[in-house]
Design a protein around this ligand. Structure first.
Ligand SMILES: Cc1ccnnc1
Length: 294
């Protein structure tokens, strides 16, 4: 394939570990020619098809093709790909603000205004991906990063397209991978998948942003999967008592069993919880609330 055969170290100085997963380790890398910092994702690839160690090469080619196809302010950009012996290195945009997962963990949960700001950016990135028939299939707070965690309005970047898939018209695609807490019912029942599977995950992520709770999580993965299939979740009063009805409506229109009934990313951006209301509407709403008080 068209990965660069040169040695990545001829072009980048390898730095500290930023994160590591099953077959990948992400390290900060320093571009020698420009002094710019990037994130190097070092992936072990399989020597041969039947080996269990490392990633399947064709999956990796799909991840690279997908990343090349989606350049968007809310999606991590891919700069370079190197290949040596049994290792492929993706040189990615460096995102230093950490995972949304840790940001929520520290804050317990977010104000609705903060959650809306994050969700709007996530939906813009997702809407762009979906418009190109690309589905992420592993959306979760760990795969949503902040550009700068201390900025008042941090930028969101979607990362890790290792499970992503580009749909070709009329194609049926089934997959059983993903993270139990976030996967849609149709993934569990092995029904044909679509961009709607990502929208279910958005419903779960929104629920977590606003409450700190994971709606379907059980004591075991099996219990979690059972909860998803039977739609066993609730807006417990002690966590959602102060949450707006618009926010709950937003979640309820995503945690819908029938994928075709779920809101799309575009519809989410028009939902009243997300869509910014005009100044005159704010004034009108304030006037009416003042009248109610007086
Ligand atoms: C972990 C990570 C991934 C991509 N870019 N920056 C950091």
């Amino acid at each position: 394939a068209v990965f660069k055969p040169e040695n990545v170290e001829d072009f980048y100085e390898i730095g500290e570990v930023l994160g590591s997963g099953h077959f990948a380790q992400v390290r900060k890398v320093h571009e020698r020619a420009t002094g710019t910092y990037w994130a190097g994702k070092f992936l072990k690839i399989r020597k041969n098809a039947c080996s269990r160690l490392g990633l399947d090469r064709s999956r990796l080619e799909e991840e690279v093709d997908i990343l090349h196809a989606i350049q968007h302010p809310n999606i991590v950009t891919l700069k370079d790909v190197f290949e040596s012996r049994a290792e492929v290195v993706l040189v990615l945009e460096l995102v230093t603000g950490g995972e949304l997962f840790d940001f929520i963990a520290e804050k317990e949960n977010l104000l609705e205004s903060e959650a809306i700001e994050f969700m709007e950016q996530i939906l813009k990135g997702l809407g762009f991906m979906h418009s190109k028939n690309i589905v992420h299939f592993d959306l979760k707070p760990e795969n949503i990063m902040l550009s700068d965690r201390v900025a008042p309005h941090p930028n969101i970047k979607l990362i890790d397209f290792g499970l992503a898939h580009r749909f070709h018209p009329g194609e049926e695609y089934r997959s059983s991978s993903g993270t139990p807490q976030y996967i849609a019912p149709e993934v569990i029942t092995s029904d044909p998948l679509s961009t709607a599977a990502d929208m279910w995950s958005i419903g779960v992520i929104t629920f977590i942003l606003l409450s700190g709770l994971s709606p379907f999580q059980g004591d075991t993965d099996d219990e979690t999967l059972r909860n998803i299939i039977v739609m066993n979740y609730e807006f417990a009063a002690q966590y959602f008592g102060m949450t707006s009805s618009m926010a709950k409506d937003f979640i309820q229109k995503l945690l819908v069993k029938d994928p075709s009934e779920r809101m799309t990313a575009e519809e989410c951006l028009l939902h009243p919880w997300i869509k910014p209301i005009t100044r005159t509407q704010v004034a009108k709403r304030n006037r009416s609330s003042i009248n109610m008080k007086s």
